[in-house]
Design a protein around this ligand. Structure first.
Ligand SMILES: Cc1ncc(COP(=O)(O)O)c(C=O)c1O
Length: 414
């Protein structure tokens, strides 16, 4: 899925049924194409959260067992997220969501901007990597420049970013993968464009993380954000940067709260039980393909296998969809995740989604907060039907989806 050398070896075998068995929600339930909105949860993650909640816990510290239990959960989650994102665990900031972390970081960075400074956002991105920058810029009189998505190809070309980056650009905010159409822009080239003028690159890796290796350094990202609930974990967010960069920044904080990095960026008491769940989720991913080596290496092996599995399913799905009358696929970029967006001639996507739901096929419709992308693609504020494949998707899921879509088409012709 990525140009990372860690994924370059041929993918190992991947037992999808063994993975599915770890998810109680998948036992005899719906066919899930709703992963881009949040994955299902393995039993091991629920168990880790319950274990953390029921052991002695108090505010972090090193005196009592209760303090040490909380501290271990925090340190464990930073290590695990560091392995997942290819980054120093000392620069991993934990938060309520990617959205709230991005709002807070945008406000913090904007303290050093003023009129004449510029921020670059992209038309491809989820609004969580647009609006925080637009609002922060407005508040200090800085200018927002838009890198345009090519609606014919679904690509965000580095040239489109270069066209709006200038000497006064302070931040370039770009997604690693679109949650609407899967597009994976060429981040190293975009990073070179941003860094040539001294701007920071802020990467939204929320949608990439379940499908491929995130490597903060190889991407060229100064800051990278993800959301564990998209990759088997609980509902929370994480942001990572080099600790030296975080040392240079001063967010709003309470006077008595720690001024250390990364704690300086974390508001209030951390959710220790969710952090235990995040570690468990990352360990589940690392174990998809049993292997040796560091957790980072095992994650790379598992994600390579997941990527190959998802690509096989995606090719089958795209081939089968191309035989259905009236289907238009809007996910077309050369490099993309297995997230398809389609419209069906003569049908509202919301209605198609509802009809599929009545057959226990979960495929939501909308713009999924990638509002600018939906509009740029000519889909307005309605969007389309999103078919998100996940590591636990299988051929049976595809059969159920295609049977449902054929039935909807057949009713048309009747
Ligand atoms: C690509 C992308 N970025 C950002 C977000 C926002 O993440 P969070 O819910 O953690 O704020 C989402 C959520 O769907 C997303 O898909």
């Amino acid at each position: 899925m990525t140009s990372n050398p860690l994924t370059a070896q041929s993918p190992p075998a991947f037992d999808v049924e063994a993975l599915r068995a770890q998810f109680p929600a998948l036992h005899g339930g719906a066919a899930h194409f709703d992963g881009p909105g949040g994955s299902q949860t393995p039993q091991a993650v629920a168990d880790a959260i319950a274990r953390q909640l029921t052991r002695p816990m108090s505010t972090r510290g090193d005196v009592t067992l209760a303090e040490r239990n909380s501290d271990a959960a925090v340190r464990g989650a930073r290590e695990a997220l560091g392995d997942l994102m290819g980054t120093d665990p000392g620069g991993v900031v934990f938060g309520r969501s990617m959205t709230s972390l991005t709002f807070e970081m945008a406000r913090t960075l904007a303290r050093s901007w003023g009129p004449g400074d510029e921020v670059v956002v992209s038309r491809l991105d989820h609004d969580a990597n647009i609006r925080p920058w637009v609002l922060a810029a407005e508040q200090v009189g800085a200018t927002v420049r838009w890198a345009e998505l090519d609606p014919r190809t679904g690509e965000l070309e580095p040239e489109a970013v270069a066209a709006v980056v200038g000497e006064r650009t302070r931040v370039v905010a770009v997604t690693a993968a679109s949650n609407l159409i899967g597009t994976m822009p060429d981040l190293p080239r975009i990073a070179a464009i941003a860094h040539a003028v001294g701007a920071l690159l802020y990467v939204d890796a929320v949608h990439l993380a379940p499908h491929g290796v995130v490597d903060r350094v190889a991407m060229g990202a100064d800051l990278v954000a993800c959301s564990p609930y998209k990759f088997f974990g609980p509902h929370c967010g994480a942001l990572a940067a080099a600790p030296e960069l975080l040392e240079s920044l001063h967010p709003d904080k309470l006077v008595p709260s720690s001024d250390a990095v990364p704690e300086r960026f974390e508001l209030g008491t951390l959710p220790y039980e969710l952090m235990a769940g995040v570690t468990a989720a990352i360990d589940v991913i690392a174990g998809i393909v049993p292997g040796h080596g560091s957790r980072r290496e095992r994650l790379a092996g598992s994600l390579a296998a997941v990527g190959a599995h998802e690509l096989t399913l995606r090719r089958r799905l795209e081939a089968d969809l191309s035989t259905l009358p009236g289907v238009t696929l809007h996910s077309r970029a050369a490099r993309r995740t297995p997230t398809l967006l389609l419209t069906l001639a003569g049908h509202e996507s919301k209605d198609v989604s509802r009809q599929l739901a009545s057959l226990d096929v979960n495929a939501p419709a909308g713009h999924f907060y990638a509002l600018e992308a939906s509009r740029a693609l000519g889909l307005g504020d309605t969007g389309g039907l999103r078919l998100g494949l996940a590591s636990y998707s299988n051929d049976d899921d595809l059969d159920r989806l295609l049977t449902g879509l054929r039935a909807i088409g057949a009713r048309d012709r009747a």
